[in-house]
Design a protein around this ligand. Structure first.
Ligand code: HEC
Length: 157
């Protein structure tokens, strides 16, 4: 006989969280926010900090880097943009199947520049004053985190 977990006891996931879980497993759906990384070694440089916030905490690569096989990223195209595999189980309005190139040589960087990226990561608004469409998470990070992350993205060829 199947047991049904009462709705109230089920873990709550946002629509975006569900979508994310649907496309790539739960690996990053519950990734901690960058604040969680604060307890790290004090000696790391801003660039190293940015790298770890981008790659280990936020896992931007999950959507912005093409995958060769499940869990294996195309390192030659790191953060060069990707088509997301899978679609949300339930339709989500304005769902975007493509995540753009966010490296320093991208069109986005040419248009937004460092300041635009910092603003986007700290206010969740792009230079046109809009939020990005799902499943792009809305980041409202502290200035120092947003700056470190933008610095790291700027270092990517
Ligand atoms: C769950 C998948 C996912 C993750 C994780 C993710 N992105 Fe995105 N991102 C997207 C998608 C899809 C878009 C396209 C959305 C759109 O065009 O509105 C996007 C768009 C963007 C854009 C352009 C937004 C615009 O308004 O044109 C930037 C910049 C960006 N992402 C940076 C990042 C950074 C930096 C991280 C990590 C801190 C990150 N993304 C993590 C999926 C993701």
């Amino acid at each position: 006989m199947m047991t049904t977990i009462p709705l109230s006891k089920r873990p709550r996931l946002s629509a975006a969280g569900l979508a994310v879980a649907a496309i790539a497993g739960v690996a990053f759906a519950q990734a901690p926010r960058p604040e969680a990384a604060r307890a790290e070694a004090p000696k790391e440089t801003r660039l190293e900090r940015g790298k770890s916030l981008v790659e280990e905490v936020s896992r931007c690569q999950a959507c912005h880097t093409p995958q060769l096989a499940a869990g294996s990223f195309d390192k030659a195209n790191w953060m060069k943009g990707s088509t997301l595999v899978g679609i949300p189980a339930k339709p989500i309005e304005d769902w975007h199947q493509k995540a753009p190139d966010i490296t320093s040589t991208s069109k986005l960087w040419a248009n937004w520049k460092y300041e635009g990226f910092v603003a986007f990561l700290s206010t969740a608004k792009n230079p046109r004053g809009h939020k990005a469409g799902p499943p792009m998470p809305a980041y409202t990070l502290k200035a120092e985190d947003a700056e470190a992350m933008a610095l790291y993205l700027k270092s990517l060829p």
